[in-house]
Design a protein around this ligand. Structure first.
Ligand SMILES: *[C@@H]1O[C@H](CO)[C@@H](O)[C@H](O)[C@H]1NC(C)=O
Ligand SMILES: *[C@@H]1O[C@H](CO)[C@@H](O)[C@H](O)[C@H]1NC(C)=O
Ligand SMILES: *[C@@H]1O[C@H](CO)[C@@H](O)[C@H](O)[C@H]1NC(C)=O
Ligand SMILES: *[C@@H]1O[C@H](CO)[C@@H](O)[C@H](O)[C@H]1NC(C)=O
Length: 328
């Protein structure tokens, strides 16, 4: 007899709970935490939420890691409470925004926003995002080890260094604004300063210089250092193509011929110049007067000389003979 009554009571209670749950919708809770912020600047954290028309906000709580540092409770007075762990700019913070100031790199971490709806549900949702505080390098990246002139066939070797940042800067090399492929690059492990905890990045370059690298005899090498979207600086280095000075014989160092042979292995234009060089220095016969004909002329001359000598000898012999006959 009693049992069905109990059953009848249970069902409405269950329905009420379901309806209550659905109408208490706290929707679209989202958080905007800057992924990277420059050290010393303020970070604006934003927590977005939607409440049903009849619903009210009970509280917003912000956590760094697991530690609550900010609470906003509209029905209380004062509605804002700040706990010591993080330096909050009170005048700019409210139920949706929190502004953190004077950032140190130890402020990096996970930030969570917890939204709670008012009674009777106290429905709660929590969302989070990561923030990294960046300490940029104190100066532009520096390029070391490079020379100002290279010949095709030379090895170009150098380093790009970006000092004292957190995290270590990402470095890239380009030649004439084209990124250099991985195999010509050497990534060194960042060096950490044990005192400051800051990192120095080093990226090496090691390529065989080709004539094609030069644009009007010049080559632009650039190293760029970046940290997230916060920092980007670059340094450039200009290289001139060193070509052998064939025609300026007055100032030549005497290594010219040697250099020519080295270069002619790598450069298609050099053989013509080699020809010129050899011609100019008389090592190469003029193509318009083949050597065979001049040899023939020489042979002819020798034959003539031979004949003259022969005639002189014959005359002398005849004279000597006639002298002897005359004496005897
Ligand atoms: C909360 O503060 C931010 C600035 O930090 C402001 O842009 C926003 O309009 C404020 N919101 C309300 C509801 O007061
Ligand atoms: C962060 O570092 C600063 C000084 O370097 C210090 O005053 C502050 O207490 C540190 N904060 C945390 C959360 O460790
Ligand atoms: C580049 O830096 C590395 C690491 O410090 C060093 O071992 C190497 O000799 C440097 N190379 C040049 C060309 O300076
Ligand atoms: C360096 O580049 C990598 C790959 O693009 C990226 O994941 C990383 O966040 C960058 N680091 C910095 C400090 O910018």
């Amino acid at each position: 007899m009693w049992l069905p009554v109990v059953m009848d009571l249970r069902l409405p209670i269950l329905c009420l709970l379901i309806v209550a749950e659905m109408s208490l919708c706290l929707r679209n809770v989202r958080v905007t935490v800057p992924t990277a912020v420059r050290k010393g600047e303020s970070a604006h954290l934003f927590c977005y939420y939607e409440l049903e028309d009849k619903e009210r906000l009970y509280s917003i709580k912000w956590y760094k890691g697991k530690r609550e540092f900010y609470r906003y409770t509209p029905q209380e007075n004062p509605s804002m409470k700040v706990f010591n762990s993080v330096d909050v700019e009170r005048s700019l913070s409210n139920q949706s925004h929190v502004v953190i100031k004077a950032l140190e790199t130890n402020v990096s971490g996970k930030y969570s926003c917890e939204v709670s709806a008012d009674a009777p549900s106290f429905h709660t949702m929590i969302v989070s995002g990561d923030m990294e505080v960046i300490e940029p390098p104190p100066e532009k990246p520096s390029i070391t080890g490079l020379q100002s002139r290279y010949r095709p066939g030379d090895i170009l070797r150098g380093n790009c260094t970006s000092i004292n940042s957190k995290p270590p800067a990402n470095l890239t090399w380009t030649i004439n604004d084209v990124p250099i492929i991985q195999q010509y690059i050497k990534q060194y492990r960042p060096i950490k300063d044990t005192h400051t905890g800051l990192d120095t990045s080093i990226l090496g370059i090691n390529i065989l210089v080709a004539h094609a690298h030069f644009i009007k005899g010049k080559l632009k090498i650039k190293c760029q250092a970046t940290i997230q979207q916060i920092y980007a600086e670059s340094s450039e280095w200009y290289v001139e193509e060193d070509r052998p000075r064939i025609l300026a014989t007055g100032s030549s160092s005497g290594h010219n011929l040697n250099q020519l042979y080295q270069n002619s292995v790598y450069d298609g234009e050099i053989p013509d110049q080699t020809d010129m060089y050899l011609q100019m220095n008389g090592y190469k016969a003029d193509k318009t007067s083949p050597s065979s004909s001049s040899a023939a002329k020489q042979v002819g001359a020798y034959v003539k000389l031979g004949w003259i000598a022969f005639y002189i000898c014959t005359i002398c012999s005849v004279l000597l003979y006639s002298l002897r006959v005359g004496i005897s």
